[in-house]
Design a protein around this ligand. Structure first.
Ligand code: F6R
Length: 355
């Protein structure tokens, strides 16, 4: 059941600390200072020189986040929307690990891409939530994200668990010790809990519910989170929402910005990244757009924003897991204001088994 929540989506948002605890269980070796994936054969780790991710929807955004982490660790990584993966045109170099990220393990597009990769001779890895799903059965190896069952059509805790799992995968393929993600991964459940306990997303949603469109902007690790925030908003509110890399606004989308288009800006990261994004926030503010800033340094950016969604400070590479929770809550409470059928949006299915 929904355990007292109005919707499965909210229940699953609140289950995220526990989901992350499960995702990381047995995979963080505190004493050793390392991160491990016992289910990933050592031979695969050794043979992997580069990675191609294939996925759809929210899972695709999780791979974009994962790819940023892998590239930062010196592992050449590409991401593909599974329905557009074409082994003929994107040749597989030896040492390529093809990683399919799929909550259900049954998404036809993702299974198709993994089968193509397999036929072309690549080693394949499934990163999935569902035990013994098609993806798990067909790939050379499987790493479970262990989010627990997800009922709501809109992905929430599975996305967080995918983010944590690809961060662990990046660490394992990198092999560095002490692992720089260790502390951040360990703190994720309590960081997320703090957001759940203190978020003012409900009040902000009530203020921005009447809008022509919503824009989400972020840089670097936060770009995929901006895309995910927009996808969640459009899925459950039916409002138009789009995510952009913050720097792209001025190359076109800025033409759409008015007093009726709230802009949600993810402002975290190094000073340099924050400064640039703050510049982008000024551009939309001067067009009269309501600005919602999601940040770990409210003292520096609050003056720019109409509304602030605060997150605890953590490892800059892992803070996107936490900021995303604020975007989930913002989408949820906006849809709630609009009285939408949140758990079952029109035209959508939980598992898309046709290509
Ligand atoms: C968004 C959503 C979809 C799925 C996509 C892939 O909230 O749920 O975009 O992420 O259909 O599904 P899986 O991960 O099962 O392959």
């Amino acid at each position: 059941g929904k355990s007292g929540y109005d919707h499965y989506m909210l229940k699953e948002i609140y289950e995220q600390p526990q989901a992350i605890r499960q995702s990381t269980r047995g995979r963080i070796l505190e004493l050793d200072g390392s991160v491990t994936l016992p289910d990933l054969p050592e031979s695969i780790v050794e043979e992997t020189d580069r990675v191609q991710f294939v996925a759809c929807g929210s899972s695709y955004y999780a791979t974009q986040y994962g790819a940023a982490l892998l590239r930062e660790r010196g592992i050449p990584t590409q991401t593909f929307v599974a329905s557009d993966y074409d082994v003929e045109r994107i040749p597989l170099e030896s040492g390529t690990l093809v990683v399919g990220v799929t909550q259900s393990g049954e998404t036809a597009d993702t299974l198709g891409a993994l089968r193509d990769a397999n036929r072309a001779g690549a080693t394949t890895l499934a990163v999935t939530n569902v035990v013994a799903s098609s993806a798990a059965r067909e790939c050379d190896a499987t790493v479970y994200i262990r989010a627990g069952p997800e009922i709501s059509v809109a992905a929430t805790k599975s996305f967080a668990s995918q983010q944590a799992t690809v961060a662990i995968l990046a660490s394992v393929l990198d092999g560095r010790r002490p692992n720089p993600f260790l502390g951040g991964l360990r703190d994720l459940p309590s960081d997320i809990q703090r957001v759940l306990d203190t978020s003012n997303a409900r009040e902000i949603a009530a203020e921005i519910v009447d809008a022509d469109a919503y824009f989400f902007i972020g840089r670097g690790y936060q770009w995929p989170v901006a895309l995910e925030g927009a996808l969640k908003m459009k899925e459950i509110t039916y409002a138009h929402a789009e995510g952009f890399p913050a720097g792209e606004l001025k190359h076109g989308p800025l033409a759409l910005v008015t007093e009726r288009t709230p802009v949600v800006a993810l402002v975290t990261g190094s000073n340099e990244v924050v400064e640039k994004t703050v510049g982008n926030v000024r551009e939309v503010e001067s067009r009269g757009a309501p600005v919602v800033v999601v940040t770990d340094s409210p003292e520096d950016v609050a003056h720019l924003a109409d509304f602030v969604l605060e997150v605890p400070e953590t490892n800059p590479a892992l803070v996107p897991v936490v900021t995303n929770v604020q975007l989930q809550l913002l989408a949820y409470w906006t849809a709630y204001e609009l009285d939408r059928p949140i758990d079952k949006p029109r035209n959508l299915a939980k598992s898309v088994t046709v290509e």
